[in-house]
Design a binder for this molecule. Structure first.
Ligand SMILES: [Zn+2]
Length: 719
């Protein structure tokens, strides 16, 4: 972007500079529009966006000849409908408003109305003032009093048909009481309150982290989870879901405030129109107020600015509309904006303070996240002491240093951010922030894989920040599979200090007495004793000889999911060999490293993750500690060629009597078979257990080879 150009005052621009900047502005505004309207992922704050548009208008005013065919001032802000939604053409366009930023701007707006209407000075200009809520504008079409369709604003002329999603809003009247025009468009705003936003934000963050953990374990993950940046973004994303059931679960609110096309007039004034909306059952903002004349605007603006922080929802200004509708009709529009209304924006909520410390927090997945700790400061009525710095690159980009005076902003965003550093106030001798390369929680190396923005702690097994998460994974069903050790019990054992590392789980027996003393562990609610502790200890004992692949998977090494753990176990057979080879593989270019990277399905990137894990002494110690308690069974040396199942497709159906289905499938795989879930012509064997259903039937139809459990065991060499 042309940041240096933009610092030149418009008056001082040469024609060439102006042309260059107009081109850059057109591009930047279009990019921002698409990000905001189509992707619900804003790339700049509203204040920054407004500044770009103002600058564009100012340059065009000075160099009218340079105005571009694609000038943003010609197009209303917005974007064409996204794929996945039907188009909806608004009866009358949904326009956007010109902005005012000062009492002078507002006075000029009122004066221009008087000029246009040729009003004598004694004529009173009554306005209606409405808080400008940060949400998504919608158009609601009613025919014969029934809600028939609804749409987003889109580019102002054509929006997206989101009728099904709007129908999930409780506050939306389905049917209007009489009298009503044959057809009428009602305009309103759909939004999320600050409290709902914070809860939603927390939930999305949790889902995102959960997905990250699954991804790290090499498990399949679904679609990315979007973490909304502000309430408007959250509302827009919720309303523009292709699945209305998702919208229905989101806490969305509606306020109606304007009319579009109407088959017959509804009122003479805007205030009377709002009364009609209320009578029809629409929620209308109770803070809307009729102002007797234009001089009342400044006081109302100040009142709203003062109340802003305490409101349940975000507002970024106040909209002033001329009350008389006949005058509105005469005034009409200029370009994209009506002459009879203006949005008087609040200044962005900013404040200066001193950055005292950059803390590094370690997340449950080992991600190192920087957080700014500042001298507490009031930003728009809210005391702020912390702000996120996102990541390493963000700190470097803004060159944020401890001791710096920084500008904090809450512009429509509930979560404060550091906008910039005040360079003049930087103390002498300050140093650029050096992002730590070791974990502040455990001292292990923190590494950042190429192409990723996040630096992570490699001390998975020992890092206290990650302990509970790792322990949960360690005992989970597909890992060590220790029955009776759910999240709650793990947390309790961890809190009590009995389990700090995976190996500690196998050293619980001497603490049995103490555990029986805990509420719910030793005694049942009815006063009788329970066998909880005994059962748990027995379950733990039974897992001292798990297959090697389970053991490797249970370690929770990044990107070593079940599949990769299986590949490693088959390749190295025993824990001792695996450990030795992994240690050797920590040397880049070593034979062991080459071998590891060349295993089919592993590859160099995963080899690097393994090497980093083993390079960490803490991890090796924890592994050795664990190996003193657990002796994983060696993976069988299968040369598949002499097994009858080698290269065959096998399906298991029904209940097996002698082993679990999981184990039978594992055996078949070890013998070189590919196990699938459904029966088809490509299936070679169907192993039929008790109570087999449709799959057995289908196998018979397709004339496939079926085996009883005993036949299968005999062929598999299980005796
Ligand atoms: Zn750590």
């Amino acid at each position: 972007m042309t940041a240096p150009l933009r610092s030149i005052p418009v008056d001082a621009l040469t024609e060439a500079q102006a042309a260059e900047e107009l081109a850059a502005l057109a591009e930047a505004i279009e990019t921002a529009d698409i990000a905001y309207h189509q992707n619900d992922a804003p790339v700049m704050t509203d204040a920054e966006y407004d500044a770009l548009r103002r600058r564009n208008t100012a340059i065009e005013a000075r160099f009218p000849a340079l105005k571009r065919a694609d000038s943003p001032s010609e197009a209303p802000p917005g974007a064409a409908p996204a794929a996945g939604f039907a188009k909806f053409r608004h009866g009358t366009p949904m326009l956007s408003l010109d902005n005012a930023f000062s009492p002078e701007d507002f006075a000029e707006f009122a004066k221009s109305i008087r000029r246009f209407l040729k009003l004598p000075p004694e004529e009173v200009l009554a306005f209606v003032a409405e808080p400008k809520i940060d949400g998504l504008s919608v158009n609601l079409l009613y025919e014969k009093g029934v809600f028939v369709r609804g749409a987003t604003r889109g580019d102002g002329t054509v929006g997206e048909d989101i009728t099904r999603n709007l129908e999930t809003l409780e506050e939306l009247p389905r049917r209007l009481p009489e009298p009503f025009p044959d057809a009428i468009e009602i305009r309103g705003e759909v939004f999320m309150t600050k409290a709902d936003f914070l809860a939603f934000h927390a939930e999305q963050t949790r889902l995102h982290e959960e997905r990250e953990r699954r991804r790290e374990r090499g498990e399949k993950v679904g679609e990315a989870v979007r973490i909304p940046v502000n309430p408007r973004n959250a509302a827009a994303g919720s309303l523009r879901q292709l699945n209305p059931e998702v919208t229905a679960r989101r806490p969305l609110k509606l306020l109606a405030y304007a009319q579009g096309e109407s088959s017959s007039p509804v009122a003479d004034t805007h205030s009377a129109y709002l009364d009609q909306l209320r009578a029809w059952g629409f929620p209308v903002n109770p803070l809307s107020r009729a102002l007797p004349d234009e001089t009342a605007a400044e006081a109302f603006q100040a009142e709203m600015a003062a109340r802003r922080a305490g409101l349940a929802y975000d507002i970024d200004g106040v909209v002033y509309k001329l009350d008389r509708l006949d005058w509105q009709a005469r005034l009409g529009f200029v370009g994209r904006a009506p002459r009879w209304a203006i949005a008087w924006k609040f200044p962005a909520e900013r404040a200066e303070t001193v950055l005292q410390e950059i803390q590094i927090q370690v997340g449950r997945t080992g991600a190192l996240t920087p957080r700014a700790v500042m001298q507490p400061v009031n930003v728009g009525g809210v005391m702020v002491q912390h702000a996120t710095l996102h990541n390493e690159d963000e700190i470097a980009r803004k060159d944020v240093r401890v001791g710096d005076t920084v500008i904090l902003q809450r512009a429509g965003d509930v979560i404060p951010q550091i906008v910039a550093v005040v360079a003049e106030k930087r103390p002498a001798g300050s140093q650029p922030f050096a992002f730590p390369t070791t974990c502040p929680a455990c001292g292990s190396h923190a590494v950042r894989p190429e192409g990723e923005v996040v630096r992570r702690c490699t001390g998975g097994l020992v890092c206290p920040a990650q302990t509970v998460e790792r322990l949960k994974h360690f005992v989970s069903r597909n890992a060590m599979d220790i029955e009776g050790l759910g999240e709650e019990n793990i947390l309790k054992l961890h809190e009590e200090g009995l389990v700090r590392s995976p190996a500690d789980i196998f050293r619980l027996a001497p603490h049995a007495e103490r555990m029986r003393g805990w509420e719910g562990w030793g005694k049942s609610a009815k006063g009788g004793g329970t066998r909880k502790v005994a059962n748990l200890l027995a379950a733990i004992e039974s897992r001292r000889n798990v297959p090697l692949e389970r053991f490797i998977f249970a370690l929770g090494i990044r990107r070593i999911g079940e599949q990769n753990a299986k590949l490693l176990a088959r390749h190295y057979h025993s824990l001792a060999t695996w450990r030795e080879k992994m240690l050797a593989a920590t040397t880049i270019g070593s034979e062991a490293r080459e071998e590891l990277g060349s295993i089919q399905g592993i590859g160099p990137a995963i080899a690097t993750e393994l090497a980093e894990f083993f390079a960490e002494r803490h991890n090796r110690d924890a592994l050795d500690d664990l190996a003193r308690e657990v002796s994983p069974t060696d993976a069988e040396d299968f040369s598949a060629s002499d097994s009858p199942f080698a290269g065959k497709v096998v399906v298991f159906t029904g209940t097996l009597e002698k082993t679990s289905r999981d184990e039978a499938e594992a055996v078949a795989e070890r013998l070189g078979a590919r196990v699938t879930k459904s029966v088809s012509k490509k299936t070679d064997f169907v192993v039929v257990g008790a109570d087999a259903g449709s799959k057995a039937k289908k196998a018979a139809e397709l004339n496939l080879r079926t085996l009883t459990e005993d036949e299968w065991r005999a062929m598999a060499g299980l005796g």
